[in-house]
Design a protein around this ligand. Structure first.
Ligand code: FES
Length: 64
C-alpha cells in the first residue's frame, strides 16, 4: 500500500527505512526521496515509533 503518494513510497519501504531512524527526514533520505506535501509525515512518524517499540532508539518530527 502506498503511504507517500508524492514519492510513490509503499508501507514496506518506509517501515524498513524507519528502523533506527532518528526522524522522518532520515527515513526519506534513506529512501532517496524528500517529503513534499507532508501528508504522510504523521504515518512515517508512527512507523518510527513502532520500530522503536520493537527496540530501536531517538526525536521524530525534528527538522534537520
Ligand atoms: S504524501 Fe508523502 S510527501 Fe506527500
Amino acid at each position: 500500500m502506498y503511504v507517500c503518494i508524492c514519492n510513490a513510497l509503499k508501507d514496506r519501504q518506509l517501515a524498513d527505512a524507519s528502523h533506527g531512524a532518528r526522524n522522518v527526514a532520515e527515513v526519506f533520505r534513506r529512501c532517496g526521496r524528500r517529503p513534499q506535501c507532508g501528508k504522510c509525515l504523521p504515518d512515517v512518524a508512527q512507523m518510527i515509533e513502532a520500530a522503536r517499540d520493537e527496540g530501536d532508539s531517538a526525536p521524530l518530527l525534528a527538522a534537520e
